[in-house]
Design a protein around this ligand. Structure first.
Ligand code: NDP
Ligand code: OXD
Length: 315
């Protein structure tokens, strides 16, 4: 049984350590940076935003686990060894993301920001409320998270479409795929939900050229953007321009080019922007350590690992 290394930055480490010790008291757990011991004994690395150079010190790694669904933080690391990289796919994380997507789609759809502003002024005024069945929502990325979010939105009654790289089949969801179908997908979407990974082909995809194709003359009363994928997908100055010009009627942003979002960013104070601190679907160690340990047990039993990242595709 090889030792397990826990190496995280930017998130609280204590909950992960506590949960590993609680669920696998028999395992040899090493903690970066202070309790590494003999690095040659480490077989599994569980990481989030690993510091540059981390992997160079561990010559016998067998598997690297990302403690989140995204792996862009790993692929950006020039020392990443040639071993399988496994990402989190877990119902707990998926449900958290679908909650977030449903909350923010409904917030825009039900004009909640307007009612919040009215409440501050003690104003009692109703606004026209279209039915969800007349509102077109588009989900960019129909992977584990996008598919579930699309189905939840469908269940809420929205007209849902999804866009992915390869052709998918999601019951009740209109399907678009590939670059050739992006424009048609955007033109029919009033509320755009982005759950793409950050890769060489998706970075900057939320730019003016694409935002201005969203459907503005539908019953939603304008076009809305919800990005919970990655900050690198969005061009923040273009989003501000789109909001100022009315190309976008509102935006919910959970991820940013630079995190935490710098205090001087105009996004903080824009009246049509809702900001959350990259916690649309936080990785909760209470649910996810069991997932990682299960994968380690599979590996040690000679079973194939699940959810291994395709490095060439970048996700
Ligand atoms: P998946 O790998 O399961 O799905 C990715 C989807 O994106 C797939 O449908 C894929 O297409 C599509 N895609 C990738 N590249 C392209 C492209 N060039 N053109 C069109 N579609 C493309 O990932 P998950 O659903 O598990 O997670 C998605 C992302 O969500 C993560 O990478 C991460 O960045 C983000 N995330 C954010 C969190 C937060 O708290 N804000 C929490 C967790 C994840 P295809 O199906 O054809 O392969
Ligand atoms: C993830 C994230 O990728 O939290 O899981 O961003």
């Amino acid at each position: 049984m090889g030792a397990i290394l826990l190496a995280v930055t930017g998130i609280d480490r204590k909950g992960w350590e506590r949960q590993f010790r609680a669920l696998a008291p028999h395992r040899d757990l090493r903690i970066w940076p202070e309790r590494i011991g003999d690095s040659a004994e480490v077989a599994y690395a569980c990481v989030w935003q690993a510091p540059r150079g981390l992997f160079a010190g561990f010559a016998r790694l067998k598997v690297i686990f990302s403690l989140g669904a995204g792996i862009d933080h790993l692929l950006a690391n020039p020392d990443l060894p040639d071993v399988p990289v496994v990402r989190i796919v877990d119902p707990d994380l998926t449900m958290r993301m679908s909650e977030y997507v449903a909350l923010h789609v409904l917030m825009h759809h039900r004009r909640q920001r307007r009612y919040d502003a009215q409440q501050r002024e003690r104003v009692w005024r109703e606004h026209d409320q279209p039915a969800a069945s007349n509102v077109a929502v588009g989900v960019m990325g129909l992977g584990v998270l996008g598919r579930d979010a699309a189905l939840v939105l469908r269940r809420l009654g929205f007209r849902v479409a999804g866009w992915s790289r390869t052709l998918k089949n999601v019951p009740g969801v209109e399907i678009f795929h590939g670059d050739a179908e992006l424009e048609r997908f955007l033109r029919r979407s009033e509320i755009l939900v982005c759950l793409l990974p950050s890769t060489a082909s998706t970075q900057g995809i939320l730019r003016l050229e694409h935002l201005c194709k969203l459907k503005r003359d539908g019953v939603a009363g304008g076009a809305y953007l919800i990005n919970a994928g990655r900050g690198a997908l969005q061009v923040e100055s273009d989003i501000l321009t789109a909001l100022d010009e009315g190309t976008l009627a509102g935006a919910t942003l959970d991820v940013f080019a630079s995190e935490p979002l710098p205090p001087e960013s105009r996004l903080w104070t824009h009246p049509q922007v809702t900001i959350t601190p990259h916690n649309a679907a936080m990785s909760d160690p209470r649910a996810l350590v069991a997932n990682v340990l299960h994968q380690i047990e599979r590996c040690e039993a000679g079973a194939p690992l699940e959810h291994v990242v395709d490095r060439a595709a970048g996700y």
